[in-house]
Design a protein around this ligand. Sequence first.
Ligand code: AKB
Length: 322
Amino acid sequence: MSKVLIIGAGGQIGSELTHKLREIHGNNNVIASDISFSNKDLVNSGLFEILDAKDYNAIKNCIEKYNIDTVYLMAAMLSATGEKHPMMAWDLNMNSLFHVLNLAKEGAIKKVFWPSSIAVFGPTTPSIQTPQHTIMEPTTVYGITKQVGERWCEYYHKQYGVDVRSLRYPGIISWKTMPGGGTTDYAVEIYHKAITDKSYECFLSEETELPMMFMDDAINATVNIMQAPSEAIKIRSAYNLAAISFTPKELAAAIKRFIPEFEINYNPDFRQKIADSWPKSIDDTSARTDWNWKHHYDLKAMTLEMLKQLKSKYDSEAEFSS
Ligand code: AKB
């Protein structure tokens, strides 16, 4: 039985991944960790440690304490926040990765998952059906850390045999946890505002097309790549991963099918430049071929699920507080 540590478990993907890994490996074999106790759901549903991803000794002690063999390093500063705090983004995103890769190199753990992102691409990258191997000239600090991180993952695999696996996540959409500090966050906020206010002011322009994915698909992809036999993982930098692509205008139209009175207006801010530097759609043939990746949610199915779940969440909160 695998013993798993999730670093940055309180974040958008980390928290849902923790619940899934607890289902798979059992509550006593999955240790969630973050820098605060703020995610009560995680703290109360299994083992939890306070852990700073920048602290090598703290990670090492936690690995020894629980006899961990697999680490999911989910802590990161995302694209929009990274532009406000470039050196903090570099420090967190790079040093946490080196700590975990070095612990794997030293034999303290056997397997590592580290998320990359579509942010590795830049304005010179072919933006339609972006190939797995192509020009990558990221213009955000976050994108630079992810591109450099990918190079180091491949290096540690080739030089030291470290079993590290990675995915270039698109924008991830979920009704359970809010994202924090990303450029794709509008695609989650819009559903909340559709339920609570019937209107949304979008910080990207109406024609900004970006690659996106429903959380359930992202979690399945993460679990699948980690369960695949090592020889199936032919790319040790990070795999392109895709599901759906849409613009804010198309997303608003999909919401209007269920909430006809919903209104959207556009007020692009500094995140527009980041979005304009990223691909519109991604070619993920390698992931589909090498370890059988498939997505299940299209825009309509995702919208139906998001609105259904958020409506019942807000209704029960209102009932509870009345
Ligand atoms: C962001 O918008 O920064 C992230 C990402 C695409 O990696 N959601």
